[in-house]
Ligand binder design. Structure first.
Ligand SMILES: [Zn+2]
Length: 565
């Protein structure tokens, strides 16, 4: 029998299957089933008013963490933290900035004699620091325009060209460099920075990270509504307390100041430097672009009020059955946190977060139960990681990625669950960033066994791949899978999927009304989770690690990581 299975696998390989799946050919139907009633029962508890909306650092966190730890213990899972506990402490700090204006000096003689240029806080500039310290400042730091600020080896793109920008204040454009398609005027080159889709190089978070890597004193992004995807008013929402986690180095490796300036002020600033903003912007969309020193200096001081919040990731582990492979892990993630108690809407102050993300958290528990029902544990170990502070900027997962409990080079994949389907079965499943890695091939195989198909997300230009916890694994090289509910509901008209999505976004998303309602139908959720279970199980059994697709922006990091093993 064993020989026959191996032979069948060998045939699969020779006919060009993209992944080695020789180690396990258990059909999806033969795997332990996901029970929607068990998921609903967990959701009802986690999203009950007694859990107070599960905000980090509140009694709601204590109840949630205790519930999860208890559930994992009951299943007989091991502590996920090698220190023998089921938690990973996540030290968070809330930073409330009190900034000075941004002052620009220098420039053409006529303008310099008119005195410094002052950008007003909130109206012209929004800036903050992630350094955990009472005060940061940049003092007469030279301004350098670095185009889109991108270094992307897979596109042979480098906006720095070896120029030393340490201690300088970098001015950057938002989104990917818009490289035209030589074959189709007016369109973007799909082979460079994903065409219409946004790559991570386009996200504002990347811009600050690459600036820090180059030891810049400050990074200022020029806000443009189109490429950013939202108006400056959204940036102005970041003027209050922001959470960050505390690294051992207190985030001193970040640029002292991170922020945005308005397009109008950027144009004025370039004019003062004797430059034309639009002309330099056009140059920045080419590989030949080099950093442009603006001959101006920037000064700004930000005083901070700090508030410590100690939060926790919850983590349990199913030990692999193969002694030679049990130090290798497949990770499932789902954030447990939500917004807690806040501004009342229609008289309700508790942000229950039933769908976002009691569903994913409940599914994680049910997934863990299903794994314990396997006749033999998978060869590799499975980590069930419920992370904190997703709603504050993916902080719990970012912390895990920075302080992993097991080596990232031996972490095969992250499979994330966030805001699952509560409206019944679908014929399809959406994969955010479909095609990013071989995990999508596993997902496609499992979907096929369910008689379903995979679909890409409808709005790739919005960069949803970079907006949930799986992304923090991708960023450090670990292939990561994040799905969204299907759009083609069984027995419903074609328009139903969009209606469901819009109704949720408008009426319930991030509101106290995100509660369990009598019309919930978790049959579709159970199928989706069953599919993810099959993916995780098979990756944990496979002969090889899943790989990023050629050209993916995280492939180089992974290759270096695996080589360094
Ligand atoms: Zn969520």
């Amino acid at each position: 029998m064993r020989f026959l299975l191996l032979a069948a696998a060998a045939i699969m390989l020779t006919i060009g299957s993209p992944i080695l799946r020789a180690a396990d050919v258990t059909p999806l139907k033969a795997l332990p089933a996901i029970d929607p009633a068990a998921v609903l029962s967990h959701v009802k508890t986690l999203a009950s008013d007694a859990f107070e909306g599960r905000a980090p650092g509140t009694p709601g966190e204590e109840k949630t963490v205790a519930y999860l730890v208890e559930a994992f213990k009951r299943l007989g899972l091991k502590p996920g933290n090698p220190d023998g506990t089921y938690v990973q402490k996540v030290p968070l700090v809330g930073i409330t900035p009190a900034p000075s204006p941004l002052t620009i000096t220098g420039g053409a003689a006529s303008q310099a004699s008119a005195g410094p240029m002052t950008l007003a806080w909130r109206d012209d500039v929004v800036a903050w620091t992630r350094r955990v310290t009472d005060e940061v400042k940049v003092d007469a730091s030279e301004l350098v325009f670095v185009g889109y600020g991108v270094q992307a080896p897979e596109y042979t793109w480098d906006d720095y060209k070896g120029v030393d920008v340490a201690g300088k204040t970098l001015v950057m454009l938002v989104n990917d460099p818009p490289v035209p398609d030589p074959a189709a005027p007016g369109a973007l080159d799909a082979k460079t920075f994903g065409g219409r889709a946004m790559t991570y190089y386009g996200r504002w978070t990347y811009k600050y990270e690459i600036g820090a890597k180059h030891k810049a004193a400050a990074v200022l992004i020029v806000h443009e509504t189109g490429p950013a995807g939202y108006p400056f008013a959204v940036v102005q929402g970041k003027t209050g307390e922001q959470f960050t986690f505390v690294t051992p180095g207190k985030n001193m490796d970040r640029a002292a100041i991170e922020g945005w300036i308005t397009l109008d002020q950027a144009k004025a600033l370039f004019a003062r430097a004797g430059q034309d903003f639009d002309r330099l912007k056009a140059q920045a969309a080419t590989r030949a672009f080099r950093p442009v020193p603006l001959g101006l200096t920037a000064s700004m001081t930000i005083r901070n009020t700090l508030r410590r919040v100690d939060s926790q990731n919850v983590v349990a582990r199913l030990e692999g059955s193969d002694p030679a492979a049990r130090d290798e892990h497949v990770v499932f993630t789902a954030h447990w946190d939500h917004f807690g108690v806040g501004e009342p809407i229609n008289g309700d102050r508790i942000y229950n977060g039933a769908r976002d993300n009691a569903t994913g958290t409940a599914a994680l528990l049910e997934m863990a139960r299903a794994f314990t029902q396997l006749p033999t544990a998978p060869r590799r170990s499975i980590l069930f990681l419920s992370v904190t502070a997703e709603e504050q900027g993916l902080l719990g997962s970012e912390y895990y990625a920075a302080q992993p409990l097991y080596p990232l080079a031996k972490t095969l994949a992250d499979i994330n669950m966030d805001a699952l389907n509560v409206t019944g079965r679908t014929k399809d499943l959406v994969v955010i960033g479909l095609g990013a890695s071989q995990l999508d091939d596993y997902a496609r195989d499992a979907a096929k066994e369910q008689g379903r198909t995979l679909k890409p997300d409808a709005e790739p230009e919005k960069g949803f791949y970079y907006r949930s916890d799986h992304f923090n694994f991708a960023k450090v090289g670990v292939p990561a899978l994040n799905t969204d509910e299907g759009v083609d509901f069984v027995g419903r008209p074609a328009s139903f999927g969009i209606e469901v999505r819009e109704r949720y976004t408008n009426e319930r998303y991030h509101k106290p009304s995100d509660e369990v309602t009598p019309d919930w139908d978790l049959s579709g959720l159970a199928e989706d989770v069953q599919l993810l279970f099959a993916v995780g199980y098979r990756v944990a059994q496979a002969d090889t690690y899943p790989a990023w697709s050629p050209g993916n922006e995280f492939k180089a990091i992974r290759d270096a990581q695996l080589k360094g093993q």
